[in-house]
Design a protein around this ligand. Structure first.
Ligand SMILES: Cc1ncc(C[n+]2csc(CCOP(=O)(O)OP(=O)(O)O)c2C)c(N)n1
Ligand SMILES: [Mg+2]
Length: 379
């Protein structure tokens, strides 16, 4: 069992190993109580209201964007696989707010929200999903392979764990050149059982590389629970095998994620070395858009809904007077308009020419492999 979390934010708070266990039903109730209390007693004191509204705006944009992506998929506008950040918005925005524009980000295949929060235009992200030339990867990458050097997003990887050695290599390059960038390497809980995870953590610790590994623990690797797949289900503890700093944070609390990530990123920047951050969150839907998630109990779905980070953060902001109802609705209206505009941009953008299929593949051609395009003659 994963220990429960306090949902109310305390500056700099991270989840302690010693958190007491409560049943899911009572946990949700106490979360609501403590949320109300902390907001009234100044949970946001010292926070800029504009910044808080900005976080809410970004989280809402991701929510609306992903809803439109799901719709685009069912309309067959989007092909291939499509994994959404629904329920993980606080983790995404909290993590990205800790990075500078020049810092580098590697993610798994569930990366639309990260691309948006790293500053990429929603239209370019949606256009990539639609496979159009105006997309981040010129339409050749799709949902799992967003890439934007200028924004510091170095992928989007469909192979579980594929991003981890690459992120570690990028951190080594930064170290070698004496740069001040930091690499963040995001992954899911299921990824921590891949060999590359352990090899990369070992070398990152050994060479004191500027990389923060982030495990988004949403309790499930596709349909398999963390308890069934990981001998140590408190995943941040895996860092200790490499004498690396590891900690756990409530991934539903954008400010707690921001604070923990900022601390670890700045520590890495100042040569404090690598760290492993586990953000515990919930997936509101199935593993991908086509997964009906029949393996999930009604109780676990209900628990995920009770921890909905967008709904709960909105309530906290309204309760604390940072937003009034009209202000919240205006942000929601604008987020919807941005998501709709992204869809319109994608829909109006051209498909790539088939003749450009190999323009962005860099592997040395294999002898006897003619790189023949579908319409080309065989001989
Ligand atoms: C090397 C490899 N093995 C298997 C898969 C199939 N696969 C895709 S996602 C996934 C589960 C990963 O779990 P987690 O990292 O927790 O991701 P989540 O389901 O939460 O997105 C698996 C097994 C893959 N893409 N790559
Ligand atoms: Mg998972």
């Amino acid at each position: 069992m994963i220990p429960p979390f306090r949902s109310s934010h305390r500056k700099g708070s991270v989840m302690a190993e010693t958190a007491t266990r409560t049943k899911p039903a009572t946990r949700a109730k106490s979360t609501r109580r403590s949320t109300a209390k902390s907001a009234k007693s100044g949970a946001f004191s010292g926070e800029s209201a504009e910044l808080l509204r900005g976080y809410f705006q970004q989280m809402t944009l991701i929510r609306r964007f992903e809803e439109r992506a799901a719709q685009g998929y069912t309309q067959a506008k989007i092909g291939g696989y499509c994994h959404l950040n629904l329920g993980e918005e606080a983790t995404v925005v909290g993590l990205m707010s800790a990075l500078r524009k020049t810092d580098l980000l590697f993610t798994n295949y569930r990366e639309h929200g990260y691309a948006l929060a790293k500053g990429i235009e929603p239209g370019r992200v949606m256009a990539e999903l639609y496979g159009r030339t105006t997309g981040t990867s010129k339409g050749w990458g799709g949902s799992m392979h967003m890439f934007d050097v200028e924004a510091g997003l170095l992928g989007g990887y469909g192979i579980v764990g594929g991003q981890i050695p690459l992120a570690t290599g990028a951190a080594m390059a930064i170290d070698y050149r004496g740069g001040d960038q930091v690499v963040m390497c995001q992954m899911g809980d299921g990824t921590t059982n891949i060999g590359a995870f352990h090899e990369a953590l070992n070398i990152a610790a050994l060479w004191n590389l500027p990389v923060v590994f982030v495990v988004v623990n949403n309790f499930l690797g596709m349909g398999t629970t963390v308890e069934k797949s990981s001998a140590e289900s408190e995943l941040y503890k895996r860092a200790s095998a490499y004498r690396m700093h590891g900690e756990r944070v409530d991934g539903n609390d954008v400010l707690a994620v921001r604070d923990a990530a900022t601390r670890l990123v700045e520590r890495a920047r100042e040569s404090g070395g690598p760290a492993l951050l586990e953000a515990v969150s919930h997936r509101l839907k199935g593993h991908s858009v086509v997964d009906p998630a029949k393996y999930r109990s009604e109780e676990s779905v209900q628990e995920a809904r009770e921890h909905d980070p967008v709904v709960n953060f909105r309530a906290r902001l309204v309760e604390a007077g940072v937003l009034d109802e009209d202000g919240a609705q205006e942000i929601e209206r604008l987020a919807q308009a941005d998501a709709d505009a992204a869809v319109a941009f994608a829909d109006d953008s051209p498909h790539p020419e088939v003749s450009t299929l190999f323009d962005y593949t860099y592997a040395t051609p294999v002898a006897n492999d003619s790189r023949r395009l579908p319409a080309d003659p065989v001989f």
